[in-house]
Design a protein around this ligand. Structure first.
Ligand code: NAD
Length: 489
């Protein structure tokens, strides 16, 4: 797909029972390119009727189709093929992702799309290698703990890493023999629609993967969470949405996995490699326009090196190239929507009032139709401020000094969130001490965003319930059963 082709308005349908399908109501909504404000595509608007069609297709495929009965190796072959086809269509998918989200093309091409392929390649192999347990009681009695497919899964995903996160759920869900309905974020329906075609081409049986577009509360998302034929919900999105989903799912007692918001602390101690710490902290705060749950969105710096770090940070931030997401030189693109732009600006207003704006925080005059904001750095804001407590999910970073290690730990932990934190120090004992006391699901020591797909991923406190990744994903998307054998001898 060339940029010109992608830019032509087109239409994105649901994908139900192996075919593209319009909404029963015939209604549509629009997805807009955040960099230009132009309509990228019209999208079928999913209602509870469409959700019901998709869930019924998934249930039928689960009950009577071949997918749950296939061996992990057979399923793995199809998943591997999906990964291969994603890589074959990498350019098309990267352009679609960038035009739908506003993120720089390099991030889509080098980051999101290869990672989506890797998610399939990884789980294709990992699921077929995963064993089960046998507990020998005595020579005549053995207890087997086996994992069976769970059933129909609802996968509900956000807009910031659309294909990356959808496939992070889809690959283990499918690998364990389940069928599913994917509800991508209403802001970014494009790549999920293309993925459905890829999955069909790879040989995934009809009804195993269904995609329904539409909104959350009162729309397709909510209908999925209440549907009696949905067995589990894997959700990534805002903490408040997680609460709503938990309430909606309670009546039918669905198994849930929640990856929610974050407000990552990034601690730079006086003995850190400051060049490395500043370079990575800049990326941690502003990569993907700051629209990353794992962003280092609060920077705490030891008072001895505070001025030096702030100085170097501001210089780096001012060099970030903000602009046309389709230009390979661009490092920061457009925010997802006008609403998001205004939300981030409302925090910048708070920051200006309570602290000192050192750089950025301005709309880009040359891209007036897009949602562009220059990266902002503040000092003088208290950690107890809304600015530091609420998830801004945009390019606005507070830098706060600390004097003592215990103080840094307390500041880092003083937030309702607990997804991730980074710390920078050359003292291995301090790294050990501090990382043990940080109340987050992940701690990065002298790095940020390092991931191995085998490791558990998820948040403490209001950042989530459960873990994704490796064995944890396989466990979530399966039902464990113990079968006790007694032999006659
Ligand atoms: P969101 O919660 O607004 O929406 C996420 C998805 O949920 C969308 O598909 C939406 O349509 C759907 N939804 C909304 N309300 C719903 C409801 N009542 N019932 C069912 N579905 C509903 O989140 P967002 O704005 O798309 O994404 C940004 C958020 O996602 C941030 O908070 C970010 O931190 C979080 N996030 C977390 C992780 C993680 O791994 N922890 C990763 C990426 C993003």
């Amino acid at each position: 797909m060339s940029v010109e082709t992608a830019a032509r308005t087109r239409h994105l349908d649901h994908f139900i029972d192996g075919e593209y399908s319009p909404s029963t109501s015939g209604e549509r909504f629009e997805t807009v390119n955040p960099a230009t404000g132009q309509v990228l595509a019209t999208v079928s608007l999913g209602t509870s009727q469409d959700v019901d069609r998709a869930v019924t297709a998934a249930r039928t495929a689960f009950k009577t189709g071949p997918w749950p009965k296939m061996s992990a190796r057979e399923r793995g072959a199809i998943l591997r093929k999906i990964g291969d086809l994603i890589l074959e269509r990498r350019e098309q998918l990267a352009i679609a992702e960038t035009m739908d989200t506003g993120k720089p093309i390099n991030e889509s091409f080098d980051g999101d799309i290869p990672r989506a392929a890797l998610n399939f390649h990884f789980f294709a192999d990992y699921a077929s290698a995963a064993g089960e347990e046998c507990f020998t009681v005595n020579q005549l009695e053995r207890h087997l703990s086996v994992r069976e497919p769970l059933g129909v899964a609802a996968l509900i995903t956000p807009w910031n890493l659309p294909l990356y996160l959808a496939t992070w759920k889809l690959a283990p869900c499918l690998a364990m023999g389940n069928t599913c309905v994917l509800k991508p974020a209403e802001w970014t329906p494009y790549t999920a629609t293309l993925l459905a075609q890829i999955a069909k081409q790879a040989g995934l049986p009809a009804g195993v993967l269904n995609v329904v577009h539409g909104f959350g509360a009162g729309g397709a998302g909510e209908a999925l969470t209440k549907h009696p034929e949905v067995d589990c919900i894997s959700f990534t999105g805002e903490t408040s949405t997680g609460r709503a989903i938990m309430t909606a799912a309670a009546a039918t007692l669905k198994k849930v996995s929640f990856e929610l918001g974050g407000k990552g602390a990034n601690l730079i101690f006086e003995d850190a490699d400051l060049d490395e710490a500043v370079a990575t902290s800049t990326r941690a705060a502003f990569r993907n326009q700051g629209e990353i749950c794992l962003a280092g969105s609060r920077l705490f710096v030891h008072e001895k090196v505070f001025d030096q770090v702030v100085d170097a940070l501001v210089k780096r931030v001012q060099r970030i190239v903000v602009g046309d997401p389709l230009d390979a030189r661009t490092e920061m693109g457009a925010l997802i929507s006008k609403e998001q732009l205004e939300k981030v600006e409302s925090y910048i207003k708070i920051g200006r009032k309570e602290g000192k704006l050192l750089t950025g925080g301005e709309r880009l005059a040359e891209f007036a139709d897009g949602n562009f904001l220059s990266p902002a750095v503040f000092t003088g804001i208290s950690n107890s401020s809304k600015f530091c407590q609420e998830e801004i999910f945009g390019p606005a970073l507070p830098v706060i000094p600390f004097k003592f290690e215990e103080e840094a730990i307390a500041l880092a932990n003083e937030t309702p969130y607990g997804l991730s934190a980074s710390l920078w120090s050359s003292d291995v004992n301090r790294c050990h001490r501090v990382s043990q006391q940080l109340k987050t699901g992940i701690v990065w020591v002298n790095c940020w965003f390092a991931r191995d797909l085998r490791t558990p991923f998820g948040g403490q406190k209001s950042s989530g319930i459960g873990r994704e990744g490796g064995r944890k994903s396989l466990e979530f998307f399966s039902e464990e059963k113990t079968i006790c054998y007694r032999y006659k001898g």
